[in-house]
Design a protein around this ligand. Structure first.
Ligand code: ADQ
Length: 842
C-alpha cells in the first residue's frame, strides 16, 4: 500500500539519494545510483509530495551553481521521479567536508555510538567543522522550506533530518524559520545505535549534542533501548523533565516525543528479486553455503566470525569439503587507516585459514571484496543454507531482513547477534554472542545440521514478521509520530508532557528534603521568582509566589536568601519579605534578617573609574541607550537602540570601557561594569551558608539553589555536589551546571509549593523569633541525591569561600546610613526611557 504524507517532506541527509559522477566520454555530470533502504523507502514520498532533498552529491564541485542533471529517461530506480529542482546539493570546501565527515562523523560518532570509545577521537577543530557543516545543511534546509512556502502555500512542511551527520542542524533551522514566520514540523531519525549515558558522557560537548537533537519535535531510534538511553541522557546530562512511559522529554518548554521506529526493507521487492535471480552459487546436499554480507567495518565483527568458522572446522573436521563460507564485503571508508588495517587483517586471516584447511577441490572461505548487484545479492541470500549476521554492534542491520525475505526456496537458518537492533525482534533466529568463539562455532554447527521442520518453522515466522513490518510500515509509523500520515484511520496526536506538577518535585527533591530537614533556599529574583519584564521596575513577583515565600520564611529551620544582580536596597524593596537574607549586586552586599551585613570591599581606584565611566556613558545615552547605576557596578543598556545605530553606539561604549580600564561583562543587550574582584554569586552563596549554619553547613542543611542567568551558574558550580540546583531556562542550547532545568517562573512557584507541602507540619515562627532549638534538625547526610551529572563531591571547606579579612560585618544602623548615602533607585538614577524592553542584568 502506498504511503502518503499530508505534508511536503524535506529530507536532509549527508548524501543525496544519488551520486554525481562524470561521464568519461562527454565529460558531463550524470546521476549514479546508490539506492539503499532509506532511498527506496523515502524517495517515493518526497517525489509524491513534491518535496525536496538536501545532501552532498559525492563530488566537490568548483562551481556552486552547476546544474544537477535530470534522471536518465530509462531510469527505473526510486529516485527517477526526483527532478533536479527538488535537490539542494551541499557544496563546501573539501577540507571542511573532510574534517566534518571523516574527522568527526566517522572518527568520533561512529565508534562512540557503537560503544567502542577506545576507537573514538575527540578533537575540538573537527567538532567545529561539524558545527559549520550542520549550519550549512541548515541554511539549505531553510531555503528548501522557503521554496515550499511558495509552491505549497498554507501547508506545513515536514523537515526530516537523518542520522549522526545531522545532529546539530535542528535548532538553527527552527530559529531561522521562526524568524521568517515559516511554520514547520521537524523530525530526526538515527540509523545507528544510541548508546548509554556512560558512553555519551565521554563526548566533551555532549550537552550541545543532546540539545541539538532535541531541536526536533519527533525523534526516532530503531529500538526502545536506544530511546531509553537517549531519554536517560536528557534527564541526567541536561536535567530535563522526562516521561519514560510515554517517551517524552521536555526541553525549552517544548515536549519532544521519542519513538522506537524499527527500520525495515522493501520486503516484496526482495522476494521478487529472489524469485527471478539466476543461480550463482552451487548449493547442494553435500556442500552447504554459509553467507555473510557486510560493509567492511570494524563494527560488523568480520574477524570474530571467521575465527568462529575456523573453530568449527577444527572441532568438526567432518564438515571439511561440505561447507563453504562466502564473505561478501563492500569496501568502506577506504581512505581511513583503521579500515585499511582491518582489510589487511582480514586478508591475512582468510589466507591463513584457507592455507590450513584447503584441499585440491575445495577452499573453506570465498571472499568477495566489492559491491555485488542486487540480483546477485538476492541469489546469494536465496541459495545460502545459513546467513551469519553477527555484528559486534549495529543499529538495526538490514542484511538479516533481506536474507529472510529472499529465502523463497529451501529454508535456511539465520544466525544473529543480539547486539544488532534486529536481534530484539527476530526471535526465531539463532542468537549468538560473537565474542564467544566456541559457542559461536557450536551455533554454526547447529544451524548446518538443523532438521528441516525446525528450519521451516523458524523461517516461516521470521518471514511473516518482516513481510508485515516492512519499510512502508516504518514510514507510516514515522509519519504518525508527526501527525502527517494521510490515512483513513485517525492519527494519534503526539503526546504532551503535562505542565510541571508538584509531584515532579518529589522526584527531584523527595529524598533530599524531608519533613525534618533544615532547609536553605537560595534563589535569584528576576527570571526565577519574578517573570522577566520590559523594565527592571516592572518585574514583580506574582502574589502567590510572595505568599508561599512568606509562609516558608516563617517556618522554623527554613532559611531563604535572595541573591540578585540588583542593588541590595532594590532587591529588598522588590521582594519586601521580612525574615530573609538579601544579597545584592551579585552577592557583593549581603544583609541578614538580624541586621548583620556583609560588604565585599571594592578597590578605591575602581570606584573612581566607575564614576568616570558613568559620566562618559551618559554621553551616549541616545536612541534608547541608558545607564543603570547599581552601586558597585553600572550597566549600559542598548536593547532599545534601533538597527542601524547599534554598531556605532556599542562601539563607542566599548571604547569608553577600554579607555577607562574597566572590563566589559556582556549581558543581555547590555554591558556591565563589575568590581575587579573574584567574588560572585557562587562565593556569596557559600558565604551565606557558612554564616548561617557554620563551617559544616553541608552536613547540617539541605540546600536548594534556583536561578535563570549566566551569573547564577557561578552558584550552581560552587554548590555542585552540595546542593540541588535548578536552572530556569527556555534556551534552545544552553550549557548549565545545574542538576535540573525548569521551564519558567511558574515551575519555580510549583517547587515552592511542593516544599511548603513537604514541610507543612512545621509551626510558623511567632513574634518574628526563629527558634532553632525547637526544630528537629537532621544530622544525617545532607548531600543531594546522587546524580551522575553532579559528581558526589563532599568538599567540606571551600577554601575559596574563606571571607577576606578586609570584609566587614556591619549592623543594622550602619546599613541604613549606608543605603541612605547610596544612589537612588535605578529608575531615577538612569536616563532610561519609560518601559524600555530591557531585561535587567540580574
Ligand atoms: P549499514 O551499516 O550500512 O547501515 P546494514 O543495515 O546492514 O548496515 O545495511 C547494509 C546494506 O548494504 C544492505 O542493504 C545490504 O544489502 C547492502 N550491502 C552490503 N554488502 C553489500 C555488497 N557487497 N554489495 C551490495 N550491497 C551490499 C546503517 C546502520 C544499520 C541500519 C541501516 C539502516 O549501521 O544498523 O540497519 O543504517 O538504518
Amino acid at each position: 500500500m502506498k504511503v502518503q504524507s499530508t505534508s511536503p517532506i524535506v529530507v536532509v541527509a549527508n548524501r543525496l539519494p544519488f551520486c554525481l559522477g562524470t561521464n568519461p566520454e562527454t565529460g558531463q555530470l550524470v546521476r549514479k545510483q546508490c539506492a539503499g533502504g532509506l532511498v527506496t523507502a523515502v524517495a517515493p514520498v518526497v517525489v509524491e509530495t513534491q518535496g525536496l532533498w538536501v545532501g552532498w552529491s559525492g563530488l566537490h564541485l568548483e562551481d556552486n551553481n552547476v546544474a544537477i542533471p535530470e534522471a536518465d529517461p530509462n531510469d527505473q530506480t526510486p529516485t527517477a521521479g526526483l527532478k533536479s529542482n527538488q535537490v539542494l546539493p551541499v557544496n563546501v570546501p573539501k577540507k571542511l567536508f573532510d574534517d566534518y565527515y571523516n574527522g568527526c562523523c566517522n572518527a568520533t560518532f561512529w565508534p562512540l555510538f557503537h560503544s567502542m570509545p577506545d576507537r573514538a577521537t575527540f578533537q575540538a577543530d573537527k567538532w567545529d567543522a561539524y558545527r559549520q557543516m550542520n549550519a550549512e545543511f541548515a541554511r539549505l534546509t531553510v531555503e528548501a522550506v522557503k521554496r515550499l512556502s511558495e509552491t505549497h502555500p498554507g501547508e506545513v512542511p515536514l523537515v526530516w533530518l537523518h542520522d549522526y551527520h545531522m545532529m546539530l542542524a535542528a535548532n538553527t533551522i527552527r530559529e531561522k524559520c521562526d524568524e521568517l514566520n515559516l511554520p514547520i514540523k521537524m523530525a530526526f531519525f538515527l540509523h545507528i545505535p544510541f548508546p548509554s549515558w556512560d558512553i555519551v558522557r565521554l563526548f566533551p560537548w555532549d550537552d550541545e549534542l543532546l540539545q541539538g537533537i532535541l531541536g526536533c519535535d519527533s525523534i526516532g531510534f530503531h529500538i526502545e533501548d536506544y530511546c531509553l538511553n537517549f531519554i536517560d541522557c536528557c534527564q541526567r546530562r541536561l536535567g530535563c523533565r522526562v516521561d519514560r512511559q510515554q517517551m517524552l522529554v521536555e526541553h525549552n518548554s517544548r515536549t519532544v516525543s521519542i519513538n522506537p521506529l524499527p527500520i525495515s526493507i522493501p520486503y516484496e521487492r526482495f522476494v521478487q528479486l529472489a524469485e527471478k535471480a539466476p543461480q550463482v552459487v552451487k548449493n547442494n546436499l553435500h556442500e552447504q553455503l554459509l553467507l555473510a554480507v557486510d560493509r567492511l567495518d570494524y563494527t560488523k565483527g568480520l574477524v570474530h566470525r571467521i575465527k568462529a568458522f575456523e573453530t568449527l572446522l577444527q572441532k568438526h573436521p567432518e564438515q571439511i569439503e561440505h561447507v563453504t563460507f562466502l564473505q561478501v564485503a563492500v569496501p568502506s571508508r577506504t581512505d581511513v587507516k583503521e579500515y585499511q588495517e582491518l582489510k589487511e587483517e582480514l586478508d591475512q586471516i582468510i589466507g591463513r585459514i584457507n592455507g590450513r584447511f584447503s584441499t585440491p577441490n575445495w577452499s573453506p572461505i570465498r571472499y568477495i571484496y566489492g559491491c555485488v548487484s542486487q540480483d546477485q545479492l538476492a541469489a546469494f541470500y536465496r541459495d545460502a543454507s545459513v546467513a551469519v549476521v553477527t555484528p559486534l554492534r549495529d543499529g538495526m542491520n538490514l542484511v538479516a531482513k533481506e536474507f529472510v525475505a529472499c529465502q523463497t526456496g529451501e529454508p535456511g537458518v539465520l544466525i544473529l547477534s543480539p547486539f544488532a537492533g534486529a536481534g530484539t525482534s527476530m526471535h526465531e533466529a539463532l542468537h549468538v554472542n560473537p565474542y564467544e568463539t566456541n559457542e559461536f562455532a557450536d551455533t554454526i554447527y547447529r544451524a548446518l545440521t538443523m532438521p528441516k521442520d525446525e528450519r521451516e518453522l523458524r523461517m516461516k515466522l521470521l518471514r511473516r514478521r518482516e513481510r508485515e513490518y516492512d519499510v512502508n510500515f516504518w514510514l507510516r509509523s514515522f509519519l504518525k509520530t508527526v501527525d502527517c500520515l494521510n490515512d483513513d484511520n485517525k492519527s494519534m496526536a503526539p503526546g504532551r508532557l503535562l505542565p510541571m506538577r508538584e509531584e515532579d518535585f518529589s522526584e527531584f527533591l523527595g529524598l533530599y528534603v524531608t519533613e525534618s530537614s533544615r532547609l536553605a533556599l537560595l534563589m535569584d529574583y528576576d527570571g526565577t521568582l519574578a517573570p522577566i519584564a520590559p523594565h527592571p521596575d516592572l518585574a514583580q513577583m506574582p502574589t502567590e509566589t510572595r505568599r508561599v515565600l512568606e509562609r516558608l520564611a516563617h517556618m522554623p529551620d527554613v532559611n531563604i536568601a535572595i541573591i540578585s544582580g540588583r542593588s541590595l536596597e532594590n532587591v529588598k524593596s522588590m521582594v519586601g519579605i521580612e525574615g530573609i537574607t538579601y544579597a545584592g549586586n551579585h552577592g557583593f552586599e549581603i544583609l541578614h534578617p538580624d541586621g548583620t551585613m556583609f560588604m565585599h570591599p571594592i578597590p578605591h581606584e575602581y570606584e573612581v573609574q566607575l564614576e568616570a565611566l558613568k559620566q562618559r556613558l551618559e554621553e551616549i545615552c541616545i536612541d534608547g541607550a541608558w545607564v543603570e547605576s547599581k552601586g558597585t557596578g553600572i550597566t549600559f543598556h542598548y536593547r532599545e537602540v534601533t538597527g542601524d545605530r547599534v554598531a556605532d553606539i556599542t562601539a563607542r561604549a566599548q571604547q569608553m570601557f577600554k579607555e577607562i580600564g574597566i572590563t566589559i561583562h556582556q549581558s543581555h543587550c547590555a554591558y556591565e561594569a563589575r568590581p575587579p574582584v573574584t567574588w560572585n554569586k557562587g562565593r556569596a552563596s557559600i558565604y551565606i551558608l557558612r554564616t548561617l549554619f557554620g563551617l559544616d553547613w553541608c552536613d547540617r542543611v539541605s540546600t536548594i539553589f534556583a536561578g535563570d542567568d549566566k551569573t547564577d551558574e557561578d552558584a550552581m558550580k560552587a554548590l555542585q555536589g552540595m546542593a540541588v540546583t535548578f536552572r530556569v531556562t527556555r534556551s534552545q542550547n544552553l550549557r548549565t551546571a545545574a542538576m535540573h532545568r525548569l521551564p519558567s517562573t511558574d515551575a519555580v512557584l510549583t517547587m515552592l509549593k511542593w516544599i511548603e507541602r513537604r514541610l507543612g507540619s512545621r509551626v510558623p515562627i511567632c513574634n518574628g523569633q526563629r527558634s532553632r532549638t525547637a526544630s528537629v534538625s537532621s544530622n544525617g547526610n545532607r548531600s543531594p541525591p546522587r546524580s551522575p551529572s553532579t559528581p558526589h563531591i563532599r568538599s567540606r571547606a571551600n577554601s575559596n569561600s574563606e571571607p577576606n579579612k578586609q570584609m566587614m560585618t556591619i549592623n543594622d544602623k550602619i546599613y541604613h546610613q549606608y543605603i541612605a548615602k547610596r544612589a537612588s533607585p535605578p529608575r531615577s538614577s538612569s536616563t532610561s526611557p519609560p518601559h524600555s524592553p530591557t531585561r535587567s542584568t540580574m
